[in-house]
Design a protein around this ligand. Structure first.
Ligand code: AMP
Length: 328
């Protein structure tokens, strides 16, 4: 009798478990809510249709929606974007999707860091209203054929070393814009070229979406926060400081009156090479709008660089301005 009862209980528990696991992350929602102690439910959508109908519903209620697109493994840089969204808009949607089309063949798609549990914990703590968490097949089905590509901006800086990258970014962001239908989207200035590309695409494609750029968040010693920093060994972490120190050096040179781009970049490249195990993809001084290289720093100029340390590719940037002649 008691054996039969135990079997019966066991069957019921297994059925309940399967129901919870298969019910659009209900179990995840419950766990996240329990761990963060938050009262409000954070929606977690895995399907395009569920995400779209939530947004549609809120639009009917005249709520404004802000989208923060990420690839997850959240850090303080991502958190600053989400907090900005919370400040400015009624509802914030965080998307977490490691977009395969923006990775080249020999890049780190397969090893990209993931910690969904931690990401959902942060999102809930901040008060994110909905997380869009699609699978690869939900975004790109096996008959997928359409890509969005800019003709000029990707032909500079990172685009020269990552030829498929921006095509993947603009394609996935277009899809996210159509799926979430936000009033605004926030991107970090850490990926300066990406921000410019998205601004241009939004204009070109007539998306009625405000693109907001957010400042670079750094570690205490200056390294720009990035999910990829997790790859660095302690030795490589020391070498990674060559990026932020290069920004300081360029600012100093320009402040002291140096305007010749070749002179500045030569000094910077020598400086980067003095750090153990560094390989420069590029260091460049360019027009902040067109990203064309400049010969002289005579107005606001973007200094951007990409350095490979071990197997980790890191980027950083700053805007520099020449000294103005007080006599003028
Ligand atoms: P990712 O998950 O690397 O695709 O980044 C998602 C968004 O976070 C992008 O808009 C990035 O520019 C932004 N982001 C990444 N790192 C930082 C940072 N250190 N400071 C500010 N924004 C950042």
């Amino acid at each position: 009798m008691s054996l039969q009862f135990n079997n019966y209980l066991c069957k019921i528990s297994i059925s309940v478990f399967y129901y919870l696991v298969n019910s659009d992350f209900d179990i995840l929602k419950i766990l996240v809510r329990w761990r963060t102690g938050a009262k409000k439910t954070m929606e977690i959508f895995k399907t395009v249709s569920a995400m779209q109908s939530w947004s549609k519903q809120l639009k009917k209620q005249d709520k404004t929606i802000c989208l923060v697109p990420t690839m997850g493994y959240l850090h303080k840089g991502h958190i600053s974007l989400m907090e900005k969204g919370k400040e400015l808009y009624d509802k914030v949607v965080l998307s977490i999707f490691v977009n395969p089309t923006q990775f080249g063949e020999n890049e780190d798609l397969d090893s990209y860091p993931v910690d969904l549990d931690k990401d959902l914990y942060y999102a809930k703590k901040i008060g994110i209203d909905a997380v869009f968490l699609p699978s690869k097949d939900e975004i790109y089905n096996n008959n997928y054929q359409t890509y969005v590509e800019l003709t000029k901006l990707p032909k500079h800086l990172c685009g020269l070393f990552r030829p498929v990258h921006f095509k993947g970014v603009t394609t996935v962001v277009t899809k996210l814009f159509n799926i979430v239908d936000p009033d605004a989207a926030i991107f970090g200035q850490k990926d300066y070229q990406q921000l410019q590309v998205i601004r241009q695409m939004t204009k070109d494609m007539n998306f009625n979406i405000k693109i907001i750029g957010a400042p670079i968040v750094r570690e205490d010693d200056g390294l720009a926060m990035s999910s990829r920093n997790a790859y660095l060994t302690p030795e490589q972490r020391k070498s990674s400081l060559c990026l932020s120190r290069s920004l300081e050096k360029v600012r100093k040179m320009v402040k002291q009156g140096e305007i010749d781009a070749d002179v500045i970049l030569h000094k910077i490249n020598e400086f980067i090479k003095s750090f153990e195990g560094t390989k420069i993809d590029y260091s460049a001084l360019c027009d902040p709008e067109t990203l064309n290289n400049v010969k002289e720093v005579t107005s606001k100029t973007l200094f951007a660089l990409a350095v490979i340390i071990g197997k980790t590719r890191l980027i950083d940037n700053t805007i520099v301005e020449p000294i103005t002649n007080p006599a003028q």
